[in-house]
Write a protein that binds this ligand. Sequence first.
Ligand code: SAH
Length: 472
Amino acid sequence: MAKPHKSETATPSRKRRAKTSAPDAAESGRTAAFLRSEPASRESSPPARAASGPPATQPPSAPFGAIVSRRAADRLRSGHLWVYASDVVTVTLPNPEETLIPVADQRGISLGAALYSPASQIALRLVSRQTLDHAAWLKLLAARLRAAIARRKPMLDAANDACRLCFSEADELPGLIVDKYGEIAVVQRLTKGLLHAGASEACVRVLCEELAPAAIFERPDPRIRELEGLPPPSPDPLWLADPARPAAATEFHLNGLVFHYDANAGQKTGAFLDQRANYAAARDWAQRLGRANPGSRGRALDVCCYQGGFALHLAQVCRQVTGIDSSRASLEVAERNLQANRASLTAEVDWIEADAFEILRDWSQAGETFDAIVLDPPAFAKTKRAVESALRGYKELNLRALKMLGPGGLLITCSCSHHVSWADLEAAVAAAAADASRRVRLLERRGAAPDHPVVLNLPETEYLKCLVLEVE
Ligand code: SAH
């Protein structure tokens, strides 16, 4: 038996939570490729190479800084910011803890200044095309964070008071993530070069000046911290407006809906803000197609629903919505989010704790039907090598979904693996459509919300893909 979190309607066989059958499906968070610190990461894809161990450290007589290979120099000159460990020819540090170092090519021509991560396979992250001292770097950090926030402010209003304020390399601040959830700001520092007190003081100062938050928390990303060889951050808040009110929980709004936030719980920094615009698109397409096909309207399924982002948006226009996730803790928050919005939603909504592969297989075999299905699984391909098995996972989920969608049905299918290209994802869905003997028409190709920008010279900044399809 599955474990519904709300009174169930007559739905097909409920499945108890089971082991995931898809590759890497247990990994549930997602982050853009460029935050990963090794080529074998879920979404990053360095050139083929076999890095092993940190680069050689030169005797103190060599000039201070890093010398990088021609390939790395070309890459930096073409606008990229990363140097992989295997492309570092030598590193000379004035002291073992130094993390801001000049970078030059093998002819000695300067390429700028970079943050050095000795334990990471992304050994250098360029922060400036000029060499810099610490004071200048901290000034630059503050100025860039201020600029990143200024770019987001036009995207914020009462109906949308949560967004990614700073997105690492995409905002020229490698390793720094800052998210806003209503009155709380959450910081992640994911490279060694950001761990000193000066960097967190600069972040706190800018955030207080620009946003006056009630609290600023630091959240670890344990996997990246481990890859980078970094200690866990302190659980104490970085800053509190009122020390007598150390509230880690609050509410935030996306497209006018209310969501619960707890700085000490959940995946990623708390929510999947990158899907904000896709939530609204899912709702709008479900409404449009529902109008076009009034005979078959109103039953929606949100697969891998987490805390109910897509499900609650669909509940604005559908008659009945089911959310499925393997994480009970996520579904408990989804139910809480449903209750917070209950007054404005008429749909019947239920949550089912289950493995997506198992339940979709059972339901599609049982002849279950829906009018709209969202598939938003975790990144199946953590490495380039994992793409093939990831694509089998995507194909399987899409096949099952297509079998359950009626004519005029809406399929919204997402991948958050950088390694899975648009062409890969579309081929997997096309193969599923062929196997299901269905024709699908592409209504839209969508990416992450604009507060998670893609920088064209940094292909790793693109990871989230969302196809909106109409099934014939
Ligand atoms: N759609 C969500 C984000 C999904 S993230 C949103 O917009 O907020 C991926 C989710 O898949 C996570 O909540 C994770 O718990 C869940 N998950 C991972 N593997 C799963 C599986 N095999 N079956 C069902 N859910 C799974």
